[in-house]
Structure formats: C-alpha cells, structure tokens
Design a protein around this ligand. Structure first.
Ligand SMILES: NC(=O)c1ccc[n+]([C@@H]2O[C@H](COP(=O)([O-])OP(=O)(O)OC[C@H]3O[C@@H](n4cnc5c(N)ncnc54)[C@H](OP(=O)(O)O)[C@@H]3O)[C@@H](O)[C@H]2O)c1
Length: 280
C-alpha cells in the first residue's frame, strides 16, 4: 500500500536525505515541508505527481494546520509523520542567551508538539500511523555546553514515551531517533554559539569552537540514516523500537549511560524503598 509521509525541515540534513530517499520509492507519497520551498528543487527530478512541497515553519500553528489540510486534500491520509526540524545551541548553562534558547525550545519541542497534535486526529480516525520524533543521543545523555539542547531533547523523549503509551490502542506508534554526530548543517549554521566570558568557564571555549569546526566532518551519514528509518517504518512496523540510537557513538553512549544508571539504581534500591509508608 502507498503510504503518505509528512516531513518537517527538508531543506538540508536528515530531512533532505529522507526526502530524497523517499521520493524514489514507489510506495511513498511524499509531503516535503520547509520554511522556504524554493530550497526543495532537488526533488524535482523525482516528481511524477507523488510529491507535495509545502511551506512550513513549525513555530507557526496556522501553517501547521494548513499543511495537514493540504496533505489530506492531496493524498487523503497521513501514515508517517517525521518531526525532524530542529536547532542547536552551544554555550554554558549560565551564559546561554535566554531568548535564543527559548526559541530553540519553540522549534525542537513546541514545534514537534504542535505538529503531532495537528496530525493525531487523522491518525486516530485511520486507526493507524507512525510518528518519528528526532531526539538525539543528547536526549539520553548530557554534555557540557549543550545543557539547553539536552533540555529540548530530554523533553522530546519524555513527551514521546508518554504519548506512545496513550496512542498504542489506536494503532499509532512512536519512534525516537537518537543520532550522534551526523554530517548535516546542525553543528554549523543551525546552532548558535555563545563563547564563555566568565573566567571560570574559559575551559569550555575550545569545546564550543571545536563543535563548530567539526561541522560536516561528523561520522554519521544522513543518507544511511534515511534508509534505516524507511526500513524500520516499512518492514518492522510491528516491532518498531521506541528508541533508535544511530551511529557508533550514540549506541555506545546509550549503553554506558543505561548500564551506569542501572547499577546506581540497584545500589540505592533499599534506600529508595525505605522512603515509602510501611505497608498496611
Ligand atoms: N546532525 C546531527 O549531528 C544531529 C544529531 C542528533 C540529532 N539531530 C537532530 O536532527 C534533526 C535535523 O537536524 P539536521 O542534523 O538535519 O540539521 P540541519 O541540516 O541543520 O537541518 C535542520 C532542518 O530544520 C529546519 N528548521 C529549523 N527551524 C525550523 C522551523 N522553525 N520550522 C521548520 N523547519 C525548521 C531547517 O530549515 P532551514 O533551512 O529553514 O533552516 C533544516 O531543514 C534536528 O532535530 C536535530 O536536533 C541532529
């Protein structure tokens, strides 16, 4: 059966790789959205009527509603929503710019929330759908100079995990994508940077500058990520993982973090239990 995929942020990076991959699949209707659709001409060679390009800024709820409406008018349904659009921010917790990180929350968290809530009525009516939310390994493990980005992605993790339980009976599934560094525009143009001014934080200046310099040299290949996501959604929908780390660093870090947490929870078990009222 042909499935309709709606993707946010397809101008560059993961979104562009996914859109390019899906545009060549015979079982896909593709709704490629971007803030500026003139950046989507890379799709033209593949378009034989199965591609819809839409203007969509995920912080604009009027545009979100219009995108969902236009998708349903053209293709009649929405099978897969990919909440991909996102930004980064490098700076220490104390010195990060309040307005800039609030805007990042508006894109990474509220944009994803508003997109999902706009699509859920359609998926509930269909009694089927898959929501793919771009988190990050930074949604599972925390890093210096990324506290607010960590905050956005931990929020995506918590929202998604709860939503997955609420919609399971409706035939709707949720999958979190947790990449480590991938060769996209994220660490470069999509991440603001604030270098430390306070002496105590000078030790982090090199890390902030290093992240920007590393942009486009990361280990992860977004084209391979696109193929993996398509395969999971298309061929493994019945046992779709809630969490999918992508990249060696992501999976190693996830295993290390969960192993350490598990050991700590076990060590503290009796103390933790002792906080309850005695059983009656
Ligand atoms: N690359 C990595 O290493 C990495 C690792 C873990 C997670 N991620 C996540 O992967 C996702 C995609 O990022 P990427 O790595 O592919 O970076 P990217 O190449 O910079 O792509 C980001 C995309 O988000 C779009 N976007 C930004 N603000 C938007 C808004 N308000 N409304 C709609 N679209 C908006 C951008 O559009 P414009 O062209 O209009 O700016 C662009 O298409 C993000 O959620 C990011 O946090 C990336």
């Amino acid at each position: 059966m042909t499935k309709t995929w709606l993707i946010t942020g397809t101008s560059t990076g993961f979104g562009k790789s996914l859109a390019t991959f899906l545009a060549q699949k015979p079982d896909v209707n593709l709704v490629a959205t971007a803030r500026h659709t003139d950046q989507l001409s890379y799709l033209d060679p593949y378009d034989h009527g199965q591609i819809l390009k839409l203007t969509l800024d995920v912080t604009n709820r009027t545009e979100i509603a219009a995108a969902v409406q236009d998708t349903k008018e053209k293709f009649g349904r929405i099978d897969v929503l990919i909440n991909n659009a996102g930004l980064g921010y490098f700076g220490t917790f104390e010195e990060s710019d309040r307005d800039a990180v609030e805007y990042m929350f508006n894109v990474n968290v509220w944009g994803l929330v508003d997109m999902t809530r706009a699509v859920l009525p359609t998926m509930r009516a269909q009694k089927s759908g898959i929501i793919v939310n771009f988190s990050s390994i930074a949604g599972l493990a925390s890093f210096t100079t990324l506290s607010f980005y960590n905050g956005t992605k931990y929020a995506v993790e918590g929202l998604s995990e709860s939503l997955a339980q609420e919609v399971a009976d409706q035939g709707i599934k949720v999958m979190l994508i947790e990449p480590s560094g991938f060769r996209t525009d994220w660490a470069g143009r999509s991440s603001q940077k604030t270098l430390p001014q306070i002496d105590a934080y000078q030790q982090f200046a090199a890390r902030i500058e290093g992240n920007a310099k590393e942009a486009h040299h990361e280990a992860g290949d977004p084209d391979k990520a696109a193929a993996i996501i398509y395969d999971q959604v298309t061929n493994h929908a019945a046992d779709l993982p809630l969490r999918l780390p992508l990249g060696q660093y992501a999976t190693d870090t996830a295993i290390e973090k969960y192993t350490k947490n598990l050991a700590a929870f076990k060590r503290l078990h009796d103390l933790s239990v002792s906080a309850d009222q005695p059983e009656k």
